[in-house]
Design a binder for this molecule. Sequence first.
Ligand code: PHE
Length: 338
Amino acid sequence: MNDIIAEIDRAAAAAESRAASAASGADVEAIRIDYLGRNGLFPALSRRMGEIPAEQRKATGAAFNGGRMKIQAAIDAALERLSAGSAEKDAIDLTLPGRRSAAGRIHPISRMADECAEVFRRMGFVAVDGPEIEDIYHNFDALNTPMDHPSRDPQDTFYFPDGRILRSQTSPVQIRVMETHTPPVRIVAPGRVFRRDTPDATHGMNFHQIEGLYVDKNVSMADLKSVLQRFACEMFGPDVKIRLRPHFFPFTEPSVEYDFSCVVCGGKGCNVCKNSGWIEIAGAGMVDPAVFKAVGYDPEVWSGFAFGLGIERLAMLKHRIPDLRLLYENDIRFLKQF
Ligand code: PHE
């Protein structure tokens, strides 16, 4: 026994344990380089053979060859183990159950907007789009909104530094359509609108409306009422009644607010309708002659009605959603229910 034999035994044991835990081909190659490579331990030991007294050379040489073979065997075993593992990884286990893929679905707000547009489509209204970034002319001026009307205030409406705004209602689409089309006009315009409200259970900083506009000869309030009644029944069934209450909007005259009899309690009074039996759904009215003048329609020839419905409101009623914010949080557990 001498130093070199002791070192060979230690090296072989260390290399074997490293090979047993090698996790990749690169690990195994590193072992080969450390012990058997040109600058590795074994060539270095073989250069020290000259130090060994003659009578020990035979035993040392045998230990040297034995150690080298042990290390090579450990390397071969590690490579074998690793390649078997990767074949297993690549194999497909046909007995495993399939992975279920989650299907996406249309958001309840988009669904309600589509449903509304579809109901109006059956009454002859064509769905159109308008920009969410508007100018003051289309959102306010052409809609006959007085300069001191509170809705123009930056407290209520989002202004860009260049003076444009995020539209506060879908009514500017009325103007854009009339500017580019001659009457008769029969459109609905669903879309997102923005207001500086503090978010709570029934308010958000943005929400959705669907605007309606009907212009022709001899259009009357009775036409407006029948369209709104038809819409109410299509949405919530034949028993829903509607009621129009006098109101004010700058761009309609006369103006009304439009209520459904409460679809939860049938009009008897409950917490959804705050015991009134009615639920406010929309603003509406006959198009103001000043609006017709702004778009170059002759108010002596043409008459029309317009309405704007709140889409979240309708979706919340239809699905009994108690808090508007649920519609905006994108919680998959909530959205999955629709
Ligand atoms: N634009 C009005 C609002 O946002 C609703 C409305 C639309 C009223 C069309 C009358 C006619 O409150």
